[in-house]
Design a binder for this molecule. Sequence first.
Ligand code: M6R
Length: 620
Amino acid sequence: MCGIVGYVGPKQAYSYLIEGLFRLEYRGYDSAGIAIQDGEQIGIRKKTGRVTELAELCRQEPLKGSIGIGHTRWATHGAPSDTNSHPHVGGNGEVVLAHNGVIENYSILRDRLRELGYVFRTSTDTEVVAHLVAHQLDESIRLGASPTDAKTCVQAVESAIKQIKGTYGLAVLFRDVPDLLVATRLGSPLVVGIGKGEHYLASDASPLVGNTEEVVYLKDHETAVITADSFVLHHQDGSEPVVSIHALAQTSQDTDLGEYEHYMLKEIFEQPQTIENAMRGRLDEDEATAKFGGLNMDAQSLRRIDRIVLTACGTSWHAGLVGEYLIEEFARIPVEVEYASELRYRNPPMSDRTMIFAITQSGETADTLAALRECKRKGHETLAICNTVGSTIAREANGGIYLHAGPEIGVASTKAFTSQVTVLTLLALFLGRMRHLSYPAGQRIIGHLREMPDKIRQTLKCFDAVKEVARKYYTAENFLYLGRLYNFPVALEGALKLKEISYIHAEGYPAAEMKHGPIALVDEHTPSVFIAPRCQIYPKVMSNLEEVKARGGPVIAIACEGDDKIAELADDVIFVPDVDEYLQPLVASIPLQLLAYQIAILRGCNVDRPRNLAKSVTVE
Ligand code: M6R
C-alpha cells in the first residue's frame, strides 16, 4: 500500500519520479505527490486522484532539481485530499518526507509534538514522523551540531524512528543538505537502484527497470544514506551492514501493456506461459516426481513432516485451499489453510513436525509476513510460495518456491493464482512420491501437467462466449458461485474476482451447502455460476443445479466440452477442456476471471485499479 520513489544524481529528478509513480500506482491511487530540491528549497506538488492529475499539475507548475521523492497513496489515516497527500513537511520546511506504512502511536506522538509547538496541517499519521525528524534535527542543532552536516540529518531520522511504533518505508529530504536522500524501512519494502553517479529508490523494482540493472533490497531496521556518488547502509543496532547487490531480473516488456487494453486482460492471457514457467525445470520424468531448488530441506526432514499449515490472504488463500485438497490426496499429509490475519494472533498447537508455507504473490502482505514470523519464532520450518523475487517474505522464509510468473500489475490477481495452484500441484506430487504415491501415478500426473499450457490456450478461446454471457447478466446486483471438491475454492475465487472489480455482491459456496441457507437468495434476478466440469460427484452437482433452477434462478454453467446434458439444464454454458479433476481449478478459474473482467468493463469500472483496493496490502 502506497508507493515511494526517489532519485539523486545528475539528471532532472522529475521524469524518473513521475514515471516511477505511474508504475507504482497499483499500490495505491487515492492521491500522488512529489517533492524536488532545487539547491535552495524543496518544492512540493500534490494532488488527489491518479498520477495523471499530478503530472498535469506539474506540467502547469514544473519543479526543477536533481534530487527528489514521490509518493502514490492508499489512504489509511485521513481521507484522500490534496492536503493529506504525501510528501509531508516537518518543522518549518527543513524536512520533507514520504511514508508507506502505519504509525500506530501517532496520536501520543502528535500530542507530545503539539505541546512542543509543532503545528499539524493534515490528518495523517505521517505528519507526525515529519515533525519528529524536524524536532530531532532541531535538538541536535541546539546542542551544537551543524544543520548542513549530513550526519546530523541521518541521526535525526535514526532517533525519530526509535520512537515510532508501527511500520514504515520512509524517503526523507532535507532543505539544508541539498544532496542527501535518506531511506529507512520497517515492515514496508524499499529497494535502491545503483546507477553511475546516481541512485534510485522505489517501493519495488518496477520503477527501476530500464534505469539500472543493479539493486539493493533494504532490510528491516536498515537506513540507507544516499547521495549521487555514495550509498551507505546503517543498521539500527549501530553496525554498518555489507551492501549486497542483486541483478535486476525484470525487463520493460514485463510491465508494458503490449496489445492489451488492461493489465488484467494481459495477465489472464499470459497464463499458458506462466503455468509453463512455474513448471520449468521442476518435472523429473525419471523419478516420476517434482524437484525444487530452494526448499532448503533434506529428504529426511521432509519425510518427518506430519502436518502442513498453508497461510495466506485473499486469492492466495484460495490457492491454498486447492493445495490442501491436492496435498492430502497425493501425499496423505493433513493440511490446514489459515488466514494469515488470524494465524498471526492465534496460537494453534503445532509440533516440530509441522511445516508452514506462506503463499503470496507480492511477498509483502503484512499479515502473511507477520504469520510467517510468528511461526518462525516458534521454531517451525517456514517456507514461501512467492512471485516477487527479493521480496521480504521470500528473503525471510527458510526456503521456498518462486512462481516465475513475472510482475502482476492488475490489482485483481489472476496469473499468480494459477501459478500458485501449479506449484502446489508440484509440491503435492513431490511430497506424495516421498510417501505413498506410486511411480505410474507420478508419471501420469507429470503427463497431465505437461499438457496444461495447451489446455489453458484452448480454454482462453472461451473469450467470446464469456463476453456474451457478461452482456446478458452485467446488470445483476447479486451473483452466487457454486462448486464442489476441487471447484469449491474456484467458486470462492470467482466470486472474489467479480466483487473486487465490478462491485457486484457475489458469494462463493460449496454447492451442497446452498440448501442450508443461501438458497433463500435465489430468485430470477440472481444468477448462479455453477463450476461443474465432470467429476466423481458430477450427478450430485447436477442435483444442486436443479435445485436452483426449480426456484427460478438463472444458471450459468462452466462445463466440460461435449457435456450436452448440462447444456439442456443451464441457461448459459461456457465450455472448458476436459482435464483430470485435480487440474480443473486451473482451467475453470479462467472463464471466471474473464467473466469478472467483461462485466466490470460493461459496468464502466476501472478493472486494473478498483476502488478502495491496492495491490500489496502492506498494512495490517
Ligand atoms: O500478494 P499476496 O498474494 O500476499 O496478496 C494477497 C491478497 O491481498 C490478494 O490476493 C488480493 O486478495 C487480490 N486483490 C485478489 O485479487
